[in-house]
Design a protein around this ligand. Structure first.
Ligand SMILES: Cc1cc2nc3c(=O)[nH]c(=O)nc-3n(C[C@H](O)[C@H](O)[C@H](O)COP(=O)(O)OP(=O)(O)OC[C@H]3O[C@@H](n4cnc5c(N)ncnc54)[C@H](O)[C@@H]3O)c2cc1C
Length: 404
């Protein structure tokens, strides 16, 4: 008789566990509250689907911070190269971009997801969409579907319910209350890879919201990041700030508002900027003066004008200007809402699961993917870890059953 497994959550972590178990004589059913699977995966595809990274393994593992040893084990079992081979088997070749990030050639998630779901169908996986998991009742899984309560017997369950960002796509962290009822330790869900609120003047926000600030260098504590970020109406978001977001979030949690320093012209040193600014004697407006002498972008000029505005000084001398261009201070008040971030920090604590990722307080219930308490920067590290964790759990289940 086929062994059965119920997977709740049809994102990349759950789908990978389903692939492995259904190839190995398990009858797999995937439940998801949304009408279709992999909605966040599809959203990730809008940015090109950065599925993993090509850097050296040791650098890769470091991205998981305090959990790097755990992810070393998991990712050694399903490595970035394994992930690339797996994509290729599903008909999607991958390539390494100039930053070392890996993308499917189509630069989209939809062809990969379509091929993945077709493979699962061929392996007789049953999809039960529009099934909202509400917890357990009399040790059975309780779902709400079409306004009806549905109870499902389950000897083996995998929870792959995701974090809490972009909740309209299905993952909203509602599982936290369910697990806490069973005294399962869950660290507070928090925004990760997120933007931060900045108190812009109305004029600046209206003029520059949506505009990128390119080729800058951010300094925060001992970290220096080169890249870009985007101005929003109430703050900043984008690559360079996401990289620092976990560090900044933790400091805000302890000490409140944090200052970052932005070098608006990292390729020219302060003396040279000062020289160029002081050599130019003309009646140019401040904007034209900065644009012509050091080719500062309009957004960067806007930032300098904010300083001028705050200092209420009609004119900053060239030395002051050069200083602010190289050391522009930006106060970040708090992270954007978890609903708007790329990923979620916090989740099921590693103290609550055993070495196979089974809940210690709920036998034969495993957890996978973003719902576990880890975080990593963008760059393909999130999908790699989610997919590898689904692979890891499925293989542990197989091993456990062959040992019996
Ligand atoms: C805008 C954006 C861009 C991103 N880009 C990238 C990228 O390029 N590279 C990268 O590595 N990562 C990226 N990510 C992150 C990545 O998409 C996630 O880390 C990943 O999808 C998490 O996988 P998961 O399987 O753990 O959870 P999810 O993909 O969130 O899937 C969880 C599933 O569980 C279902 N579910 C939740 N609760 C219930 C319930 N109670 N009952 C039934 N079903 C439920 C949900 O409907 C959902 O389908 C991006 C994220 C966002 C928001």
């Amino acid at each position: 008789m086929l062994k059965t497994v119920n997977i709740i959550g049809g994102g990349p972590a759950g789908l990978m566990a389903a692939s492995i178990l259904s190839q190995n004589s398990y009858q797999v059913t995937i439940f998801d509250r949304k009408p279709s699977l992999g909605r966040k995966f599809l959203l990730a595809g809008r940015g090109g689907l950065n599925i993993t990274h090509s850097e050296k393994k040791e650098d890769f593992f470091e991205k998981y911070g305090k959990n790097s040893q755990i992810f070393k084990q998991i990712i050694n079992e399903f490595s970035p190269q394994d992930l690339r081979n797996w994509c290729e088997k599903l008909g999607e070749k991958t390539f390494v971009g100039s930053s070392g990030r890996v993308f499917p050639e189509s630069f989209k998630a939809s062809p990969l997801l379509r091929a993945w779901l077709s493979q699962l169908k061929r392996q007789k996986v049953i999809f039960k969409t529009k099934h909202d998991w509400l917890g357990w009742k009399d040790d059975k899984l309780l779902f709400k579907s079409d306004n009806q309560d549905i109870l499902v017997n389950s000897d083996l369950t995998i929870l792959s319910l995701g974090g809490a960002s972009w909740p309209h796509l299905g993952s909203d962290g509602s599982w936290v209350n369910i697990l806490e009822k069973y005294n399962i330790e869950v660290s507070k869900l928090q925004p990760s890879n997120c933007g931060f609120f900045v108190n812009w003047s109305k004029i600046f926000a209206n003029r520059f919201a949506g505009k990128p600030l390119k080729s800058i260098k951010i300094k925060y504590k001992e970290k220096i990041i080169r890249g870009e970020f985007v101005i929003t109406k109430d703050g900043i978001e984008g690559g360079a700030i996401y990289t620092l977001s976990s560090l900044i979030r933790e400091s805000i949690n302890i000490d409140g508002e944090q200052k970052i320093t932005v070098d608006l012209k990292p390729d020219i040193n302060i003396n040279e900027i000062n020289r160029r600014l002081s050599n130019t004697k003309s009646n140019l407006s401040m904007t034209n003066y900065l644009r012509k002498t050091i080719k500062l972008s309009d957004v960067a000029i806007g930032l300098i004008m904010e300083v001028k505005h705050k200092k209420k000084s009609r004119k900053l001398n060239s030395e002051n200007l050069a200083y602010h261009i190289k050391n522009f201070e930006l106060s970040l008040q708090k992270p954007f809402s978890i609903k708007k971030c790329i990923s979620t920090a916090g989740g099921v604590s590693f103290n609550s699961i055993d070495k196979n990722f089974m809940l210690i307080k709920k036998s034969n219930v495993y957890v996978a993917g973003e719902m576990i308490d880890w975080e990593a920067p963008t760059g393909g590290y999130l999908l790699q870890a989610c997919i590898a964790s689904g692979f890891f759990i499925a293989n542990n289940i197989l091993k456990k059953n062959t040992e019996k």
